[in-house]
Design a binder for this molecule. Structure first.
Ligand code: MLC
Ligand code: AMP
Length: 511
């Protein structure tokens, strides 16, 4: 297919009859919480969530618990449209607080639990949350240092006051989430996703992946990014299924959860599949109905090895914070290793320019960054397609392959790392005068963060790690350092990253 010609929803996606009670024709009033309310009526006594100790929460218990917590929020005078920062490990309390927030019309700002003071301060000063839910005293302290007026709560929201607010009334075009991401450039910006954006993506996934109330997902992804939260958690609630919520990814716990809870689904980033396939128990995954991979490229070799051992042909899909899910390999037709598949229902994809950048449009695509009119101008084309910053090609069968990135981004184990942010933090070190950060290919992490330093002595990885821990989440720390006399620059003074290896003056040094 030639560049510029939009690729639309494929006929590969004929879904099952609508089982969620979501009526796409209902005058645009549907929102994720209204669909969830429908499941409460349909299957009140069925398990909705299971935790790592095997405790079960039914749909009706989720309704009651989230109503109680929403009542406490309302008693604290939190109102629809107020932002609430949520930063906690997966647990029943976190799940309930999140559902309560959306039911009341609060706008959730999910925030990585690994963030340090400066990263948190940026989100707080930009999103201006009225309240925050955190499961750690140090992070609570980071938030109050950034803004002492933010109401701090733990995930159990054990405040005494309560009221009985009306719930599930928020309109579909109201914001539901603000997900911080650097997009193609600059400091992290808040991508504002409405209830309608989330719902469009959830319904597309339900149909495409044949997700039904009989499905049970093992969910070990963090609930502060699109993959774990917007796909795994919301997707479970949308389909009326159930999920085993695990606070960490630990292969033995995954295998046990699949067996004990008779799970049907597993979603993970490629690093998780890399670790699972190395485990002696990996063949136990054959019990699942579907394994899905996303957030970073799944190497075709890993895909094939996984299939040879488990019989599972992983469904690779592609999405972003700004758009939720965009493209997926089909469940019933051919799944092509090395490709991310075909557009999900309702999504249009086109390739523009040379090298060809992927542009997308659809009801799932956000309409802009929080209070960033100038960033929005760059993010969208004049005819309103969103520029993903990813480079792609489309093969003869219409499958999209991601071949590179136009944006400066490293994806390590599914986490995004912006080189500029790490370079700036490294240069705060008194003995580092210049730094250039790049992603190097890694079989475990996909890409790993590495840095080229101009410094007065050979600074070691452990030292930069300790130094950076004051400023950045630890997954952003370089895993290898190279020392150079000068960074190669072009006539305009811009660092030529592709020439960095040439300038290396001391031997490689890795931790
Ligand atoms: C952890 N560490 C990492 C890392 N994760 N380093 C580099 N890259 C990573 N991804 C470091 C920690 O900082 C820590 O360092 C050490 O490894 C151990 O930490 P841990 O928490 O015990 O690590 P582990 O459990 O092994 O984590 C690996 C992982 C995790 C793969 C389970 O990274 C993960 O959950 N990744 C998923 C991220 C995700 O959800 N992405 C979706 C984004 S949404 P130290 O120095 O402190 O010891 C998106 C859109 C879409 O992209 O399409 O889905
Ligand atoms: P985020 O900003 O965290 O939402 O990350 C979105 C980015 O992750 C996309 O723009 C892609 O670069 C990348 N991504 C997501 N899924 C895939 C995939 N299956 N293959 C390659 N890259 C992916």
């Amino acid at each position: 297919m030639s560049a510029g010609q939009p690729l639309k929803t494929s006929i590969l996606h004929h879904g099952p009859e609508d089982a969620s009670g979501y009526d796409p024709t209902a005058g645009g009033r549907a929102t994720p919480p209204r669909v969830w309310a429908h499941h409460v009526l349909q299957r009140p006594a069925q398990a909705c969530l299971i935790d790592s100790s095997g405790r079960c929460m039914t749909w009706s218990e989720l309704e009651t618990a989230s109503r109680t917590v929403a009542g406490r929020f309302a008693a604290l005078r939190l109102q629809p449209g107020d932002r609430i920062l949520i930063s906690a490990q997966a647990s029943f309390d976190l799940a309930v607080a999140h559902v309560a927030s959306l039911r009341l019309g609060l706008v959730v700002v999910p925030t990585n639990v690994a963030y340090r003071a400066g990263e948190i301060a940026h989100v707080v000063s930009d999103a201006r949350p009225r309240a925050a839910i955190v499961d750690d005293e140090q992070r609570a302290d980071f938030i109050s240092r950034a803004d002492a007026s933010v109401l701090l709560m733990n995930p159990a929201v054990d405040v005494a006051e309560t009221t009985d607010p009306e719930l599930d009334l928020v309109s579909s075009d109201a914001p539901a989430l603000i997900g911080y991401t650097s997009g193609t450039t600059g400091r992290p910006k808040g991508a504002v996703l409405t209830h309608a954006n989330l719902l469009a993506s959830l319904e597309a996934l339900r149909v495409a992946w044949r997700w039904s109330p009989a499905d049970r997902l093992v969910l070990a992804l963090p609930l502060f990014h699109m993959h774990g939260l917007g796909v795994g958690f919301h997707g479970t609630l949308h389909a009326g299924g159930s999920a085993v919520l695990l606070p960490q990814f630990e292969p033995q716990v995954i295998f046990d959860a699949i067996k004990v809870h008779q799970a049907t689904l597993f979603f993970g980033v490629p690093t998780m599949y890399h670790r699972l396939v190395a485990d002696l128990r990996v063949s136990e995954l054959e019990a699942l109905r579907l394994c899905v991979s996303g957030s970073a490229a799944l190497p075709a070799e890993l895909h094939k090895k996984f299939e040879a051992i488990t019989g599972q042909r992983i469904v690779e899909r592609y999405g972003m914070t700004e758009t939720a899910m965009l493209v997926s390999n089909p469940v019933e037709a051919e799944r092509r290793p090395g490709t991310v598949g075909v557009p999900l229902p309702g999504v249009e994809v086109r390739l523009q320019g040379q090298p060809a950048e992927i542009e997308v449009r659809g009801p799932n695509v956000f309409s802009g960054y929080w209070e960033r009119p100038e960033a929005n101008q760059d993010a969208f084309t004049e005819d309103h397609w969103f520029r993903t910053g990813d480079l792609g090609e489309i093969d003869e069968a219409g499958y999209l392959r991601i071949v590179g990135r136009a944006k400066e981004l490293i994806i390590s184990g599914g986490y995004n790392v912006y080189p500029r942010e790490v370079e700036d933090a490294l240069c705060l070190h008194p003995e580092i005068s210049e730094a250039a950060v790049v992603g190097a290919s890694s079989s475990e992490w996909g890409e790993q963060v590495e840095a080229y330093l101009v410094c007065s002595r050979k600074i070691e990885v452990q030292e930069t790690k300790a130094f950076l821990s004051e400023h950045l989440a630890s997954y952003k720390s370089p895993r290898a350092l190279y020392w150079v006399e000068a960074l190669p620059r072009n006539a305009l003074g811009k660092v030529q990253k592709h020439r960095l290896r040439e300038g290396q003056v001391w031997p490689d040094h890795t931790d």
